[in-house]
Design a protein around this ligand. Structure first.
Ligand code: 5U1
Length: 671
């Protein structure tokens, strides 16, 4: 336990830090620490104030929440203060809350109204004679900011209440939030415009609502769920929270569809688990659930303590964002040479697991964040998504932290790093010369959808390459059992099994083999299309860029990747070794050269009156023709229907025969 002097000092430090965080969170909408860090500081202050009540001052952050409103918005006093909720960080704390309440209320079971806790902004809206007259943020609970103009722009908030039985005065509270889909679309748009993106839906909602120009708010996808009434005149409110929510709905106010009623704390915890499982698929962001005593009479008996009702609690999920320190920034080289920077982190428990690495995606992302070794950062891990850094807490940056210099040479093979046009993505130019790319390409070659070599997992590939037993996929088929058996954690039997699995993979299919080669952007379906179109590996290897583009779904970029791959001597050499080692596949059914339109390349354009374009395409293909999307020198015929567009001009320039519908029928042999 801290001595009184230590406690005094610590309390004063906590006041300053919490005041700063409150200002950033409530006033600037630009928090620099995750909620979990804020909650920890807040709880520590509460703990010290409980130990030393003389240290609890009127201006303590525990006595009020929030801070002064921005000068741009008028102040609004809440006649009925806007309360905040106490938190339960785990099931035990939730059970203690229930125990305390049962004692206080002298009952042996409590019925709760249970609600998702939205991660948005608390708002109070005043309706007079059924008309929306004012909307205010929560602010410090007694004084908020007037955001009426902006709130009026949110489509789901009624400007007039429904029905004849609505109250003369209704002050109603709830949460404004940005649905996840709207948030993703907004961030995408912001990126495209080169403007600042938002770290999460809550920040986006806050930033959108606190705009001095309501037209900006109007363009943002905001929504609101209502959950409580403040001041009410001219109507009797129902006797339970759940019935009150039904009343709000009757007046046209939107409530969360996932609210329920639970009898006793076990049912509340079961509800929390259930909502927790659905969390990733809910259309809105939540950070926990709220349990509220359902009976209003019991709520009144329980009453409130300074800032929170005794009859409600927020049962929080483990935080998805946490603060930690970047110990190093490394780069990983992928199969196609893409260089991905990775932040090595001081281990931190977030989203239910200990996280030690976070992806930094690419060079552009490092520059956007300006993340440096030594920085304190907010790391986010939501669901099964790879952890990522959301923002950097620059105030804590060590003086000597240098800007990160993206490597100009591959850290594995020292080949030059080349960048895409925008300079965002760096790629090692070493190809299969690069050991990292070789390892990744072997892992890919052995993977399930490629040659499916059982037992040849990622770790074993690393060992085989590190031990110098293989350099590339071509070496796999000359591996011997005795060599493998000598490796760490390999017994005679497992070595034998591996060699058998490698042997078995010699019998494959052409699509699998093509996919296994790891040609950039050639996935399973492109590999299958290539095999089907050309029939043999030889034909694919010698296909021109134009030949390749005839294949369905292969455009100029993928065609270029395929062409370049087969153009490189070391790739051809590896393929020759694989074939020499006995890799084989069944013959693909030969092209039907006897069909009337075999080998003909035809383009369709404009509207056909006699049949749909897809029927025409199918009919031509049945007769052996290739139907492609664009006119080139290789095109044999352009079939032009009504309103054909520019393809006719191009065909004429290139000397390609243009046919009308009559000509098509003749081609099909139907006339
Ligand atoms: N779902 C929900 N969130 N939330 C936040 N209900 C709820 N109730 C609150 C707050 C601050 O306050 C009540 C005490 C009205």
């Amino acid at each position: 336990m801290a001595t009184p002097d230590q406690a005094r000092q610590e309390v004063s430090g906590l006041h300053a830090r919490l005041a700063e965080h409150n200002y950033r969170y409530y006033v600037l909408d630009d928090p620099v620490v995750p909620d979990a860090e804020y909650d920890r500081l807040f709880r520590r202050l509460q703990e010290l104030e409980a130990q030393y009540p003389e240290l609890k001052t009127q201006d303590s952050p525990t006595a009020r929440v929030g801070d002064v409103p921005l000068s741009g918005f008028a102040s609004v006093s809440h006649e009925v203060p806007m309360l905040s909720l106490a938190n339960a960080m785990d099931d035990d704390e939730a059970r203690s809350f229930d125990q305390r309440l049962m004692q206080l209320l002298e009952v042996d079971q409590i019925e709760y109204n249970v609600e998702p806790k939205l991660d948005g902004l608390a708002i109070s809206i005043l309706y007079e004679q059924g008309k929306l007259v004012r909307a205010a943020t929560r602010g410090d609970g007694t004084t908020g900011e007037d955001v009426t103009q902006n709130v009026r722009t949110i489509a789901s908030i009624p400007l007039t209440l429904r029905g004849d039985a609505c109250p003369r005065i209704l002050e109603v509270r709830g949460e404004i939030f940005m649905p996840k889909a709207g948030f993703n679309a907004l961030n995408q748009k912001q990126k495209e415009k080169g403007e600042k993106t938002f770290a999460n839906p809550r920040n986006a909602a806050a930033g959108s609502l606190r705009q001095l120009d309501p037209r900006i708010t109007a363009a943002r996808p905001l929504d609101m769920f209502f959950y409580a009434a403040g001041r009410v005149e001219g109507v009797e409110l129902a006797a339970t929270q759940s019935e009150r929510l039904a009343q709000l709905r009757d007046w046209g106010l939107k409530t969360c569809p996932d609210i329920d009623v639970a009898m006793g704390i076990d049912a509340c915890i079961a509800y929390k688990e259930h909502i927790g499982q659905r969390r990733d698929t809910l259309p809105y962001d939540i950070d926990g659930v709220v349990y509220k005593v359902n009976s209003i009479e019991l709520q009144q008996t329980a009453g409130s303590v300074s800032r929170a009702p005794r009859w409600a609690i927020a049962h929080k999920f483990p935080p998805q964002e946490e603060m930690t320190v970047v110990n190093a920034i490394d780069v990983q080289v992928g199969r196609t040479g893409a260089i991905t920077p990775v932040a090595r982190l001081e281990p931190v428990f977030v989203g239910g697991v200990t996280v030690t690495n976070a992806t930094l995606h690419n060079k552009a992302e490092i520059e956007r964040l300006d993340v440096r070794v030594g920085d304190s950062v907010i790391v986010r891990r939501a669901g099964d998504v790879i952890p990522e850094i959301v923002s950097v807490y620059k105030q804590r940056r060590p003086d000597n932290a240098a800007a990160y210099a993206f490597p100009t040479h591959c850290p594995v093979c020292d080949s030059e790093v080349v960048f895409d046009d925008g300079g965002a993505i760096g790629r090692c130019s070493g190809g299969l010369f690069c050991q990292a790319q070789r390892k990744e390409s072997i892992k890919h070659f052995a993977s399930r959808k490629a040659l499916d070599i059982e037992g040849l997992g990622d770790r074993l590939v690393e060992i085989l390459v590190d031990e110098g037993l293989i350099e590339d996929v071509g070496d796999l088929y000359s591996l011997r059992k005795e060599q493998v058996a000598k490796l760490e954690r390999m017994a005679d039997k497992s070595a034998g099994n591996l060699i058998d699995a490698i042997d078995a993979s010699r019998e494959t299919t052409l699509p699998r083999f093509l996919f296994a080669l790891g040609i950039p952007q050639v996935g399973e379906s492109t590999a299958a299309a290539l095999a089907q179109h050309f029939g043999t590996l030889d034909r694919i290897e010698s296909a021109s860029l134009e030949d390749l583009q005839i294949v369905d779904d292969i455009g100029p970029i993928v065609a270029d990747n395929i062409h370049t791959f087969f153009d490189q001597a070391h790739n051809r050499e590896i393929i020759a070794r694989l074939v020499g080692a006995g890799l084989n596949w069944p013959q693909i059914e030969a092209r039907r050269d006897d069909l009337p339109l075999a080998g003909k390349i035809i383009v369709l354009t404009g509207t056909l009156s006699g049949m749909s374009r897809s029927n025409a395409k199918a009919a031509l293909q049945e007769r052996g023709a290739k139907v492609t999307g664009s006119v080139s020198k290789k095109t044999d015929y352009l079939v032009a229907g009504e309103k054909p567009g520019s393809k006719v001009d191009k065909a004429e320039q290139l000397g390609v025969t243009v046919l009308d519908e009559q000509g098509l029928q003749t081609l099909l042999g139907d006339e």
